[in-house]
Design a protein around this ligand. Structure first.
Ligand code: SF4
Ligand code: SF4
Length: 360
């Protein structure tokens, strides 16, 4: 692999980089002119253009957080077997592109030999998309890449094979408010107690009006504590969302005991066949238990197993639940239905946009 240039190019500070610059020549030539695609084997896509040109995509999973050695290994495979044409997907899969069928198997062999897994296409569980976690972000309540690695280690057969009723997109999110995890199955942080305020630091660290304005349920008020300007929280109103913590770290909400994970199912961003759907909570209060998160993984596997057994061909998880109904979902999965599953918060009806259609 080529070493970095002594004088790097000027960074592009605004706008999207030109997507055509690094595109495979066959893709550039046939942009907007594809006829159909096929799935020759798990992890491989074949796209055929109207003029007869063909491009093969080989998809491999990564663990998302990549050290330089691993990244160079993957790029070397790309240089040697795919003329350097690779790109990352938003789910941290790496896609390699070749334009001849005979180049597909040597590429798969090289990827597999280097310890990576090919798969994640068609009716498989593709790699989980996740937020930044402890590595990059300053407000997470858990790791995100770690949860992905631990869970995907146990779902390797579902990644490598076409053995699900339809595609399964899973997500994780390490706080409740920002990047957001919505998918067929989502594993999201759940704070279960209001923030604990360090009053000695608030005046020095926090811009109090911004913090007050952040709270979605108006639970924060300015207050004087021990003669210093600070804040107070009406704990009866607080919904433990964690939105006050980013602008004001002294409002500590992460907690080894009370920060939990929750599992949601049935979310769908696309509006291909119907309106996008919000996911629904199905399991809450799950221990946030690194490094392998066994409790959350067991529930995810149970949901996937039940979906695999009961869904009809090509039903997504949300279609399956729409058909069988939520009572049957809880019955089949054996997950307990409790009072915490009942969403009695009405604010969303006025303020949240539940469709992808643009409103003016
Ligand atoms: S989900 Fe929240 S904690 Fe995680 S990376 Fe995004 S903003 Fe940070
Ligand atoms: S956790 Fe959320 S609801 Fe509670 S005080 Fe902070 S911003 Fe308000």
């Amino acid at each position: 692999m080529a070493e970095a240039k002594a004088t790097p190019r000027s960074p592009i500070e605004s706008g999207c980089p030109d997507g055509f610059r690094n595109m495979h020549p066959v893709m550039r030539k046939n942009y907007g002119n594809w006829d159909y695609h096929e799935d020759p084997q798990p992890g491989v896509l074949k796209h055929v253009a109207h003029g007869g040109d063909v491009i093969y995509t080989v998809k491999a999973a990564t663990q998302r957080i990549l050290d330089v050695f691993t990244l160079r290994t993957l790029c070397d495979i790309g240089d040697k077997y795919a003329d350097g044409h690779v790109h990352f997907t938003l789910r941290s899969n790496l896609e390699f592109f070749v334009d001849k069928e005979e180049r597909v198997q040597p590429l798969i062999d090289a990827i597999t030999e280097a310890g990576f897994v090919v798969g994640g296409t068609k009716n498989s569980v593709t790699a989980m998309s996740h937020t930044q976690g402890w590595l990059h972000c300053d407000i997470p309540g858990t790791d995100a890449s770690g949860v992905v690695k631990a869970m995907m280690d146990e779902l390797i057969d579902e990644f490598k094979n076409w053995n699900m009723p339809n595609r399964v997109h899973m997500t994780t999110s390490c706080c409740q408010i920002n990047c957001g995890g919505q998918g067929d199955i989502a594993i999201n942080v759940q704070h279960t107690k209001p923030p604990k305020i360090n009053h000695d630091l608030v005046a020095n660290v926090c811009e109090r009006p911004s913090v007050v304005a952040r709270c979605p349920v108006a639970a924060i008020r300015p207050a004087m504590v021990n003669g210093k300007p600070s804040l107070e929280v009406d704990e009866k109103k607080c919904i433990c969302c964690g939105a006050c913590y980013p602008p004001c770290p002294p409002m500590q909400i992460n907690d080894a005991e009370h920060t939990k994970l929750a599992i949601w199912v049935g979310g769908n961003h696309s509006n291909a066949r119907g309106k996008p759907s919000f996911q629904k909570l199905v399991a809450a209060g799950i221990p946030n238990n690194p490094p392998r998160w066994p409790e959350a993984t067991a529930i995810v596997k149970k949901i996937l197993h039940t979906y695999k057994e009961d869904a009809k061909d090509w039903e997504r998880i949300s279609d399956w639940i729409d058909r069988i109904g939520w009572p049957r979902f809880f019955e089949l999965t054996g997950l307990p239905f409790t009072k915490f599953h009942i969403d009695n918060w009405r604010g969303a009806r006025n303020s949240l946009n539940a469709s992808a259609h643009i409103r003016f």
